[in-house]
Design a protein around this ligand. Structure first.
Ligand code: URA
Ligand code: SF4
Length: 223
């Protein structure tokens, strides 16, 4: 059996998620449908798919990379350590009470096994492309005004491979309208660091402050 998709370059059949995505998606129908997805090999050796979570009509979408170990086991995005840090940063930025829909560009946990535990492995661009129909469905169902992009994987998925967090963070970027055919396009995105990178940082206080400052830009744009 393939180990988790770990170490593999491409989805096993290259097909992608489109056949599994409901044609008139709602948050509830996406959650139900994603468990059947075989759009790439990442479903193997995981507990479940982790669809985004939050209210339909949320004006803000938060877009991460992929579920982590805790998210894989609990079935919800951002419920582990990175999620706690994100919650704290959102509160500090004055976004604690703002309804937000949280999701990831890839819905299954890519990992390797080492020393008895599962170690995060970033999804390849093939996995990101395979999983994109789910994100399109979420954008259609939620119709956010703006999207906060958490980290390089999410940024590259929307803005292309040359996207870098450092060069793009903390300012309004026009939503790439040509990227998806949507009934209602978001107006903007704001890029920032991934909360996991803040957790790993040796200058955590400064990196957390920078994350909060970027989130404040999104807060001001929502006003
Ligand atoms: N990191 C992410 O990108 N998403 C999660 O849901 C958890 C950790
Ligand atoms: Fe489907 Fe995405 Fe999971 Fe791949 S990662 S099986 S495309 S839901």
């Amino acid at each position: 059996m393939a180990a988790t998709g770990a170490g593999r370059g491409a989805p096993h059949d290259g097909g992608g998620a489109a056949p599994w995505v409901p044609s008139e998606p709602t948050v509830a129908s996406l959650k139900a449908a994603v468990q059947a997805c075989r759009g790439c090999e990442l479903f193997e050796d995981t507990t479940q798919a982790v669809m985004g979570d939050g209210p339909e009509g949320a004006r803000l979408m938060l877009l991460g990379e992929q579920p982590g170990d805790r998210e894989d086991r609990e079935g919800l995005p951002f419920v582990g350590p990175a999620g706690r840090l994100l919650d704290h940063a959102l509160e500090s930025a004055g976004l604690g009470d703002v309804p937000a829909y949280r999701t990831n560009v890839v819905k299954h946990f890519r990992h390797e096994r080492g020393a008895g535990k599962r170690i995060h492995k970033s999804p390849s661009r093939w996995h990101v492309a395979a999983c994109e129909p789910w994100l399109l469905g979420e954008l259609e169902a939620v119709r956010p005004v703006g999207v906060v992009v958490l980290g390089a994987t999410a940024g590259q998925s929307l803005l292309g491979p040359s996207f870098r967090v450092g060069a793009s963070r903390g300012r309004r970027i026009d939503w790439p309208t040509e990227r998806f055919a949507l009934t209602r396009q978001p107006g903007w995105l704001v890029a920032t660091a991934h909360p996991s990178s803040v957790l790993r940082s040796r200058q955590r206080d400064a990196d957390l402050a920078a994350l909060v400052a970027d989130l404040e830009v999104a807060r001001d744009l929502l006003r």
